[in-house]
Design a protein around this ligand. Structure first.
Ligand SMILES: O=C(O)CCC(=O)C(=O)O
Length: 251
């Protein structure tokens, strides 16, 4: 049942700009387009190369930024091939696990387990871990990131570490589908890859919207992404999502 939706979800983003075109754009034009002119996702492929220092960073460079501190990860079960979810893995129902960045990298390679807050041992074959919503200003040494990220590249010179969050996840890490009611987001993929599935606002009703306690600025979908069981949400079939991978390959 989920198959038709997943097939259509492979439709690529309609506003995809590649390096040749983006080098002609200036940051003010981008800002205007993002805030006022474009109502669909825009992907700037290759745009940050040579502009943001951290694009060339490797894991060891992020290790310097993140240090040996314990990072708190949201931990969820990986969905097995062929399985479909009747509902999302709600963030509040996920386990929590603490690891330093270096321990996390070992965990992703299967070299260690992680003890969740409820005492169970989780490994990366059966679970994903997501260090999420972490404000860069709250890093032990945020100065490492000064000059390494620069939203001025998109015309947002007024945005910096105070407004930016860091997300680090393993295979399968995901966030329940939601709409943030406060405006738009800029996302920079600086390492690895992540798939985004975005739905036109006008199709919100097909996604079984619901409110989650204490989440005032977001409306969530009850659909079980990333592997929805479409039979539980028959109106999903009427949606036309934009789906695109963001990928940062190291040369
Ligand atoms: O990247 C994610 O997993 C979720 C990001 C998010 O919640 C957002 O950009 O609104």
């Amino acid at each position: 049942m989920a198959e038709p939706v997943q097939k259509r979800a492979r439709q690529e983003c309609s506003q995809e700009l590649c390096l040749e075109k983006t080098s002609l754009l200036n940051p003010q034009t981008i800002r205007r387009a993002v805030l006022n002119e474009v109502n669909e996702p825009i992907v700037f492929r290759g745009y940050l190369k040579g502009k943001w220092k951290c694009i060339d960073w490797e894991a060891k460079d992020w290790g310097k930024v993140l240090g040996d501190d314990d990072l708190v990860f949201r931990v969820g079960a990986r969905v097995k091939e062929g399985d479909h979810l009747k509902s999302p893995q709600w963030e509040t129902e996920c386990m929590k696990g603490s690891m330093s960045y270096c321990e996390f990298l070992e965990w992703t390679k299967g070299q260690r387990t992680c003890t969740s807050q409820c005492g169970s041992q989780v490994n990366s074959g059966t679970h994903w871990a997501y260090f999420d919503y972490f404000y860069m200003k709250d890093l032990e040494q945020p100065e490492h990131l000064l000059g390494a990220i620069d939203w001025g590249t998109f015309g947002f010179t007024d945005r910096g570490l105070n407004d930016s969050t860091l997300w680090i996840g393993s295979t399968g890490a995901n966030t329940p589908c939601h709409i943030d009611t406060y405006g738009c987001n800029l996302v920079a993929q600086v390492m690895g890859k992540k798939r985004w599935v975005l739905f036109p606002k006008s199709q919100s009703e097909y996604l079984s919207p619901t409110r989650v306690p204490y989440e005032e600025s977001s409306i969530y979908s009850e659909v079980g992404f990333p592997r929805p069981d479409a039979s539980s949400h028959p109106r999903l079939i009427s949606t036309t999502p934009h789906s695109f991978p963001l990928m940062m390959k190291k040369e």
